[in-house]
Design a binder for this molecule. Structure first.
Ligand code: U2P
Length: 212
């Protein structure tokens, strides 16, 4: 009879630690398998998420850098221990491709700290990987909404970037709307296949909001 409270306490303790672990999965800097370069379709972000981000949403950006995420074959490390802050000069250098100071600082804290590279090294890697991707002209200036087959978007990206692997590009949508293109890179920033938990989250046909 007295076992019940003990079992209940153990269950509660287990539930609490499991939740705490999920809420704050702290990684260890430098321990990860590969990177995901995440490119955000800025018109989608600005139309749906935050309108108070003046710089990003006041200008006609197309794909912007969302982040370079240290990734494991399954899951990813985040919020690794670091007291380093992103220098202003680094922020200013990044703004043309990652047009939000808040995002730059957030990405450093959540993902960059796990790269083991330090802020300058991390953002240099992010910039190098972003600039290595060629965005086809069709998606740079988009005056009108575009409905496109997911297969067509993928093949346009692969054609413009022959080094990319088809199993190393993943699309992310909200409903039919394209949010992101995620590109998997090895630790030297060369293209590689994505881990199994990175899945396409778009249907066969998707919509890109116009760049304005
Ligand atoms: O997908 C929602 C948010 O989860 C974070 N994410 C997602 C997939 C992944 O492989 N790695 C990863 O970090 C991103 O969070 P953020 O960096 O924006 O805080 C993504 O936006």
């Amino acid at each position: 009879m007295k076992r019940r409270p003990v079992i209940a306490t153990l269950l509660l303790l287990f539930a609490f630690t499991a939740t705490a672990r999920d809420d704050r999965p702290r990684g260890t800097a430098g321990i990860f398998d590969y990177y995901v370069l995440s490119l955000s379709w800025s018109p989608e972000y600005c139309a749906t998420t935050r309108r108070d981000d003046e710089l990003q949403c006041a200008r006609p950006y197309a794909f912007v850098a969302h982040g370079l995420w240290p990734q494991n074959e399954r899951g990813w490390p985040q919020d690794c221990e670091s007291r380093e802050r992103v220098p202003d000069a680094t922020i200013n250098r990044l703004l043309p491709i990652m047009p939000s100071k808040g995002l730059i600082i957030h990405e450093w804290r959540k993902h960059g700290t796990c790269s083991g590279l330090g802020a300058d090294g991390y953002f240099a890697a992010l910039e190098r990987s972003y600039r290595a991707i060629r965005i086809p002209d069709r998606y740079q200036r988009l005056p009108q909404t575009l409905t496109v087959d997911a297969a067509r978007l993928r093949s346009d990206l692969l054609q413009a970037n022959p080094a990319l692997r088809s199993d190393g590009v993943v699309l992310q949508c909200a409903g039919r709307y394209l949010q992101e293109v995620r590109i998997c890179l090895d630790r030297s920033l060369s293209p590689r296949a994505c881990g199994r938990d990175l899945r396409n989250r778009c249907g066969d046909s998707l919509v890109l909001r116009p760049v304005r």
